[in-house]
Design a protein. Structure first.
Length: 427
């Protein structure tokens, strides 16, 4: 069993981008080589900026290569919550951004000829109790009437044509949900950024930032310093002590995934006949899909603990039990991959992007990072080019004062996890 992400293990091999000398200066320095940073570098370079990206490991080594490889529209809070919190017009703008984000991933894949298995598989939002199906009908009406988004509610009997399991009691089918091979997309986007003119420096962590009186920054790295007119922080859940302001404003949550041995096409279709993406509508739910080579990828929170080799194995055991509870026919299946990663959450469960003390940033995707990181990279490139209206998250900046007694280590997660698991059982 491999303790590495399936998506990166089955993607084309990354070239070695380490050991290179930094230039003395750049227009833009991007810190972080995930989808946010790569998209920022790509779009800024297309505008003619001299872009240098520094990454402490390899591109895609953080959340961008460790996720469930879902690319779905839909805001990080419910549509009703968004309308209540921000008003109809602002909620619609946000919702449209999440939808356009999926389109952008597809556009880049087509334009740059990235063979990443992108296709509109459709997403099933699954309900675990009969009484929750009424909420799906309400959400369907809300999406159609207030957001112009058509979805389909499936009863338990109708769901049987979509799922080889009787575990769930219905679903909301969103036909715009997309599947892709995120490892191939990361590799392809890095190549596209370089073709556009961006320099990528791997295994070269940024260790400090100094804002200059006349504007710009000096970025300190493990391989020297570079002066930049603008700097973009694209580190999200992997933000370290070099940027304590952001660490104190993000909650980093572990998420874990197992991938089975190849099941064969016939057996895979017995599980998910139409190849949908599955997401359970629970506080502590699962995200499930078939891989391009007919394995089942099964993810979830499992344990409210950080990701490390020992934690990943324990979480994998929990996920296998959950998987076989939903799909009893997989009881004897071998698990070929298990891994974990960190997901960046904001306290209000909305991504945040903007500028603080001259530093640009986009973080806190709350589990919607594949599409939103890609989209927000483009948005930040526009912001740095003098177009602040391109930021759909404008006005939602992180709080100026951090949460009391919080220093970036989410010590309270086990207690919160127990609460939400109990809530799922009782409600």
């Amino acid at each position: 069993m491999k303790q590495i992400p399936y998506w990166m293990d089955t993607a084309p091999a990354l070239p070695d981008r380490s050991g290179k000398d930094l230039p003395d200066e750049a227009d833009v320095v991007v810190i972080g080589g995930g989808l946010t940073g790569l998209s920022t570098a790509y779009h800024a370079a297309l505008k003619g900026a001299r872009v240098v990206l520094v990454e402490k490991d390899q591109v895609g080594s953080g959340a961008s290569g460790r996720n469930g490889s879902h690319c779905n529209p839909g805001i990080t809070i419910s549509p009703a919550q968004a309308r209540q919190r921000y008003g109809q017009e602002r909620a619609r703008e946000l919702y449209d951004a999440f939808r356009v984000a999926v389109d952008l991933v597809e556009e880049i894949a087509v334009k740059e000829k990235i063979d990443c298995d992108f296709h509109r598989a459709g997403r099933l939002g699954l309900v675990c109790k009969p009484k929750h199906l009424e909420g799906m009908h309400a959400k369907q009406r809300d999406l159609a009437e207030n957001f112009g988004h058509e979805t389909v509610v499936l009863s338990k009997s109708e769901l049987r044509a979509e799922l080889g399991s009787d575990y769930y009691h219905g679903a909301l089918l969103d036909p715009l949900g997309a599947a892709l091979h995120v490892g191939k997309f990361v590799v392809g986007l890095a190549d596209a950024a370089e073709r556009a003119g961006a320099e990528i420096h791997e295994r070269n962590a940024a260790t400090g930032l100094t804002r200059l009186p006349g504007g710009g920054f000096v970025v300190e790295t493990m391989r020297g310093t570079i002066r930049a007119k603008q700097v973009m922080a694209a580190t999200d859940a992997y933000t370290d002590q070099s940027m304590p302001w952001f660490r104190k404003r993000l909650i980093n949550v572990g998420s874990f995934i197992i991938v089975t041995e190849p099941l064969g096409e016939a057996r895979a279709k017995e599980l998910i006949p139409n190849g949908r993406l599955l997401v359970a509508h629970k506080n502590v739910g699962n995200y499930i899909r078939l891989t391009p080579d007919n394995r089942l990828a099964f993810g979830g929170r499992a344990r409210f603990a950080p990701s490390n080799p020992a934690s990943d194995i324990k979480s994998g055991d929990i996920l296998k039990r959950e998987m076989t509870e939903i799909f009893p026919q997989l009881a004897g299946v071998r698990i070929d991959y298990v891994w974990g990663g960190m997901v960046g959450f904001s306290w209000d469960r909305i991504p945040h992007a903007g500028e603080v003390n001259g530093l640009y940033y986009s973080m806190g995707y709350c589990g919607h990072g594949v599409q939103m990181a890609t989209y927000m990279g483009r948005a930040v490139a526009e912001m740095m080019d003098g177009n602040p209206e391109a930021n759909p998250m404008r006005g939602f900046g992180f709080p100026k004062v951090p949460v009391p007694f919080y220093n970036g280590t989410a010590w309270f997660l086990p207690f919160g996890g127990a609460y939400y698991k109990a809530k799922d059982r009782l409600l």
